[in-house]
Design a protein. Structure first.
Ligand code: XIL
Length: 380
């Protein structure tokens, strides 16, 4: 990028992504590959991004997952990322630093420094925090994987983990993902790979919820999972679990739909129907980890204006589906899983180019950001 263009782009970003172009074109932008390299293509036109703050005027939490702690792209290292968070979002989730391995690296030793830094940052800037995550089969601590004991000892170990952590953050978090990914796509409990299910059985789930509520009376407690907007057996299993909890007074306040989804599926109708199943239970629905893959077939190596436009429409469709289906009182909010395309976990997961998020690897707002803003403005 030549220096003048670079300066223009930078100043446009700094003044808040207001329209810096004319007609229906945004600032002149080059195409970028995932690693931010300029590709050999003509300057081109993305549709205009005029939103200056996503959260402004939104009557629900608008969240983003942030890298923190020792991550090289931590918002405490990258001033630009931090500014994006402050400008556009009203809630943060920790992308990694509040997981089991990070908070509880060896038995009985808790490491709260990085998470406290994030929670304090949020409090000082008027952001709420969604805690992610108390009990999950993945990113457990090594000592947990090699723990050996009776069922009662496993229960003690897990409940102590939940108690210590939920107590530490009590009063400072809006909500927790209490249990993550306990079901499979066929609606059965995840057995393979889950030390919790294998050693405690399905009751680990309700025990985690009951223990979390005892430690923090006010945080909203969520069950969180992926493919809940696409897999019918999976959402039905979660609905059955919630009904059972409600019948037995096990606390649960909402279901988190991760929503790592594709450009074309699930359809808006399917997404709405699956949200509706949770709405009907009278608890909250939260989109906890939204990102939208645009290059699943691996046919593209750059974010073309056409792809950017389709992604804008898809973000619009998903956010509209949520706002149309979930009544205001049951909206837990919408969280985007990462700040820039370069940071997205999707890139590592599939090891191919993609652009799943709202900002490109140059920290510039994409049309997708406008898609979310438009959906909020049109449907609230
Ligand atoms: C991902 C993070 O984004 C990555 O940085 C990490 O390497 C693996 O975990 N479902 C979840 C999140 O609940 O915790 C995952 O986050 C993405 C899938």
């Amino acid at each position: 990028m030549n220096k003048i263009l670079k300066a223009l782009v930078t100043s446009c970003t700094l003044i808040g992504l207001v329209a810096c172009g004319s007609g229906n074109t945004n600032i002149p932008e080059a195409h970028y590959s995932n690693d931010g390299l300029q590709l050999d293509e003509p300057l081109t036109e993305y549709s205009q991004v005029t939103v200056t703050s996503l959260k402004e005027g939104a009557d629900l939490p608008i969240g983003v997952a942030v890298p923190a702690g020792g991550a090289s792209n931590s918002i405490f290292v990258s001033e630009e990322r931090k500014n994006i968070v402050l400008q556009h979002f009203s809630q943060v989730s920790a992308e990694n630093i509040m997981k089991m391995d990070a908070l509880h690296p060896s038995q009985g030793n808790f490491n709260f420094d990085a998470a406290d830094e994030l929670v304090n940052f949020a409090a000082n800037n008027g952001l709420s925090v969604h805690g992610h995550v108390l009990v999950w089969h993945s990113q457990t601590a090594g000592w947990m994987e090699s723990f050996s004991g009776s069922k009662v000892e496993w229960i003690d170990m897990m409940e102590n983990h939940v108690t210590q952590i939920a107590t530490h953050f009590s009063g400072r978090l809006q909500s927790w993902d209490v249990v993550n990914e306990a079901f499979l796509e066929n609606g059965e409990y995840r057995d393979d790979g889950s030390i919790w299910y294998q050693n405690i059985g399905a009751e680990f789930i309700e025990r985690a919820f009951t223990t979390a509520r005892s430690a923090d009376a006010n945080a909203e407690l969520y069950y969180n999972d992926y493919n809940l907007s696409s897999s019918e057996p999976k959402i039905d299993a979660v609905v059955a679990m919630v009904k059972d909890f409600q019948a037995r007074n096990i606390p649960i306040d909402g279901v988190g739909f991760q929503m790592h989804i594709g450009a074309d599926s699930p359809s808006a109708d399917t997404i709405k129907a699956h949200f509706q199943k949770v709405v009907d239970l009278g608890i909250k629905v939260k989109i906890t980890e939204l990102d939208i893959r645009m290059n699943a077939a691996n046919n593209d190596d750059a974010l073309t204006p056409d792809i950017a436009e389709r992604q804008k429409e898809r973000y619009y469709e998903v956010v509209s589906a949520y706002l149309e289906t979930v009544p205001a009182a049951q909206r837990g909010g919408i969280t985007i899983w990462g700040i820039t395309d370069a940071d997205s976990w999707i890139i590592n997961l599939y090891d191919q180019p993609d652009w799943p998020l709202l900002f490109n690897s140059e920290l510039e707002a994409k049309p997708a950001l406008q898609g979310v803003a438009d959906a909020i403005a049109d449907n609230q």
